[in-house]
Design a protein around this ligand. Structure first.
Ligand SMILES: [Zn+2]
Length: 90
């Protein structure tokens, strides 16, 4: 099964769905653009630009202060994926 895993779920920019696509990290680039780095089970690791106006204010503030915000640690990707999938199939 490759999703969607629940009604109304929106795919990531590659067309796959959480938790096949997990957010690894959000970063602020030197030129000020915000990017999200994700890990897709099917497409591998990729990044796409974020629209700050569509983001949580708290997250944008943290990005400007720290330069990056960790989502899922890479060594925990499989664990997080399995846990999320399990919760969908209950
Ligand atoms: Zn994908």
């Amino acid at each position: 099964m490759t999703g969607p895993y629940f009604t109304g779920q929106q795919p990531s920019s590659c067309g796959h769905y959480y938790p096949d696509v997990l957010r690894l990290r959000d970063e602020k680039r030197a030129d000020g653009t915000l990017v999200r780095i994700v890990d897709c089970k099917y497409c591998g690791k990729y990044q796409f630009p974020l629209d700050p106006s569509a983001l949580d204010e708290e997250l944008v503030r943290e990005l400007h202060q720290k330069g990056f915000v960790v989502g899922t640690r890479e060594e925990e990707v499989e664990k997080v994926r399995k846990k999320a999938l399990k919760s969908f199939t209950k």
